[in-house]
Design a protein around this ligand. Structure first.
Ligand code: NAD
Ligand code: IPM
Ligand code: MN
Length: 358
């Protein structure tokens, strides 16, 4: 039987709470299918580990992860460890070391999901964000000069390579072509007169190979406005690392909240493991209280199933998430329910169990 080896980095805050539910669901899916199984290996890396060892993960952590088929991650970051250390030494290190340059973040209004926008129908919010995930504003290039002096200077350089920009834009064109949908590029060439002018040029250049794909180009400020005022404009979207980070939290807000939004960090060449995670953080404000919504981590489990070629199961999990939200019997407080994290997970597991297969 096919065995998928999954490295589990539950991480901090609500990370372990929500991942436990995703793992329950994946195990039930495998049991139900009968044709594959998961082998989960847990790594205790994160802020607690840092406080004990001075490191977010061991020095050979990346080598250890290399042998896995995928990584399932909860959340990283907690008060007590500076965020730029915890995130750079674990989450961002994995994304970069494994060249997970595509961050796939669906912004889709599922049935039953709470939406704060007026007069918006389900069909109006159906976007696929493709966020550059390896460089750009997150290149980590810069300097801090004359620290503490009156003429202190900090530099944070955006790095947009031709290879890096072309490959993410080409990936997005391919996806738009495959889906038969339009492609929107979001940038900021009016103010960022090197990086984003370059981005826009490459978007046009690569687009010549895809005359069949209808394209739009927005400035990021206007894009943020249109996501709220007229979200149906957006279908497949490609954007830079930082803009994609910010706009997908906005996307989460208009399509069910942080408790529902998922993301896949993909190395398309499959040379290295890809990583699946909810897009939310460790939510210190609700950690340890059983209030965290596990649906985002379950949606990312669905993305993992898609990635392994079990698209039917991926779609089945999305249908079940919709059912759970429509029925409202087991929802966490962020969705105006009274259920605990594990009660929501149990409900999803029960629905997987009840499916008639074949
Ligand atoms: P956050 O996403 O953790 O929380 C923002 C708000 O959303 C909070 O009110 C929180 O309670 C709520 N929320 C988030 N996930 C939820 C869920 N599953 N169910 C119900 N409510 C949920 O963002 P933040 O507070 O800005 O960051 C907290 C920490 O997490 C920081 O250290 C930050 O750097 C880190 N972070 C990590 C990741 C990651 O690991 N991928 C992502 C974002 C932030
Ligand atoms: C995300 C997170 C990360 C990012 C942080 C924690 C570094 O916000 O995955 O959206 O900005 O990519
Ligand atoms: Mn984010």
């Amino acid at each position: 039987m096919k065995t998928f080896k999954i490295a589990v980095i539950a991480g901090d805050g609500i990370g372990p709470e929500v991942l436990a539910e995703g793992i329950k669901v994946l195990n039930k899916v495998a049991e139900k299918d009968g044709g594959f199984r998961f082998e989960f290996t847990h790594f205790p890396w994160g802020c607690q580990y840092y406080l004990e060892t001075g490191k977010m993960m061991p020095d050979d952590g990346i080598d250890t992860l290399r042998q896995f088929d995928a990584i399932y991650l909860g959340a990283v970051g907690f008060p007590g460890v500076p965020d730029h250390i915890s995130l750079w030494d674990l989450l961002l290190r994995i994304r970069k070391s494994f060249d997970q340059y595509v961050n796939i973040r669906p912004v889709i209004l599922l049935d039953g999901a709470p939406c704060p926008l007026k007069d918006v129908k389900k069909e109006d919010i159906n976007m696929l964000y493709i966020r550059e995930n390896s460089e750009g504003e997150y290149a980590g290039a810069g300097d801090w000069l004359y620290k503490g002096k009156p003429h202190e200077v900090v530099l944070q350089n955006g790095v947009f390579s031709r290879v890096g920009t072309e490959r993410i834009i080409r990936y997005a064109y391919e996806e738009a072509r495959k889906q038969g949908r339009s492609l929107t590029s979001i940038s900021k060439g009016n103010a960022l007169n090197y990086s984003m002018v370059f981005w826009d040029e490459i978007f046009k250049e690569v687009g010549k190979e895809y005359p069949d794909v209808k394209t739009y180009s927005y400035l990021v400020d206007a894009a943020a406005m249109f996501m709220v005022k007229d979200p149906k404009r957006f279908e497949v979207v490609v954007t830079s690392n930082l803009f994609g980070d910010i706009l997908t939290d906005l996307g989460a807000a208009i399509s069910g909240g942080m408790g529902l939004a998922a993301g896949a960090n993909v190395n398309p060449e499959r040379k290295y493991p890809s990583m699946f995670e909810p897009i939310h953080g460790s939510a210190p404000d609700i950690a340890g209280q059983g209030k965290a919504n596990p649906l985002a981590s379950i949606w990312s489990a669905s993305q993992m199933l898609d990635f392994f070629g079990y698209e039917k199961w991926g779609a089945e999990l999305i249908r079940i998430i919709e059912q759970v939200m429509v029925e409202k019997n087991a929802l966490t407080p962020d969705m105006n329910g009274h259920a605990t994290t594990s009660e929501v997970g149990d409900e999803v597991v029960r629905k997987v169990d009840e499916l008639r297969i074949g």
